[in-house]
Design a protein around this ligand. Sequence first.
Ligand code: ATP
Ligand code: MG
Length: 451
Amino acid sequence: MIRAFLTKVGILSNKSAKPGTADGGKPIIIDRSQHGISRANISENALKVLYRLHRHGYQAYLVGGGVRDLLLGLHPKDFDVVTNAKPEDIRRVFRNCRLIGRRFRLAHVYFGHDIVEVATFRGKTDEQSEDLSHSEKGMILRDNVYGTISEDVWRRDFTLNSLYYNIADFSVVDYTGGYADIKAKRLRMIGDASVRYREDPVRMLRAIRFACKIGFEIPQDLSQPMLELKELISHVSPGRLFEEMMKMFHSGSAYPVYEQLIKHQLFAELFPATSDALKQASFPTHELLTIIFQNTDNRIQQQKTVTPSFIVAGLLWHPICLQAQTHIDNGIAVFPARIQAIEDLLRKQGQRISIPKRIVQGAREIWMLQMRLVRRHGKRAQQLMMEPRFRAAFDFLELRALAGEPVGELVSWWKEYIEGDPAQRRELVKALGFKKKKKKIRRKREEDPAT
Ligand code: ATP
Ligand code: MG
């Protein structure tokens, strides 16, 4: 009796309801007067889409992160809509619409720069269906079987992501006990975590991201299988991993995410070379990453922009230094050794996570400037300050000093130079010592460690 009640209010999971099999179980309906979600906090465009679908006779719900974040009192960053209208129907209802996706076919409804994503309910898994395909390892490759809300819900990942806000009566529809889980600060997988991680290994990263972002614990039954299945991350496409990496590090909880990725040995799957650098004592890699991630989180909290190139620069900086040392030990001069190391590491990392060219280029400039900031004679310091990436490169140098790299004096010099008037700047350059003859400088350049 008690168990039946707890199951009904969602405190206990409905064990008979297996993912992927609609068992006809009745959802809990949380009335508009109880859940506290106000339409004032839902984007105007998402509401337009919901109302329009509803007016055309379709069911229309907000689902996923939008509902979760509203219930948690956070500001959702986007609103996902789900409906029983098929993609072609959605296109007929909205002129400003494009169908996208192969793995999941979705509609994007455009309002200028704003896009509202509209999905059709996913259906029961028919293992024979051509619309569903798995890899040898159990990973879902394509999933375009349509269904009803009571089928769709079991395909979602966590109970807190499986709540539907119904535009017809403004209630929240809860099949999995997600509402009670949110209230109890509980992250719970729908179904067996191992099976769900095997189907889609990105769910391991999502578990960490959500737990860190909203401050929930990662329970043992979600945590343990990560250690066993971590290698499956390497089967995920590098493009998808890039998207997930951006979400993890821009969530406002980059540092806790980093700690959890290390704890669950997933960091090494995403950034193998950085993980190797962490194991060596040569550079303060952990300190640098800690400072960069904490800095990123602070900036997001203050609603400042964060530069993905900067994070990439931080992640690969010490692996690059280590690799450059190997090249130097093999007789290559310092400057070309560094350049070669940069390209080596970008190639290696690109096999795991495909980082867009523009972000890579930004990181490359920050790394190159780390070497150039050492050489300040003559007009060089003045020219360096004109470089578009100078500020980012100097900030990066400062973080390296904070992390414990021996570049403190260089940072102080640059600080004085940046703040100084022209006369003071001339003095600072003069104090570096006399400029040597050109020929000698060229030779020196090749011997000079870039610090
Ligand atoms: P946010 O947008 O804040 O990152 P979200 O939960 O909305 O979080 P989305 O990627 O926008 O994440 O996905 C929307 C919803 O789709 C999720 O809430 C979840 O219900 C479902 N979903 C997304 N990715 C998966 C997945 N890998 N496995 C199962 N369900 C998923
Ligand atoms: Mg979302």
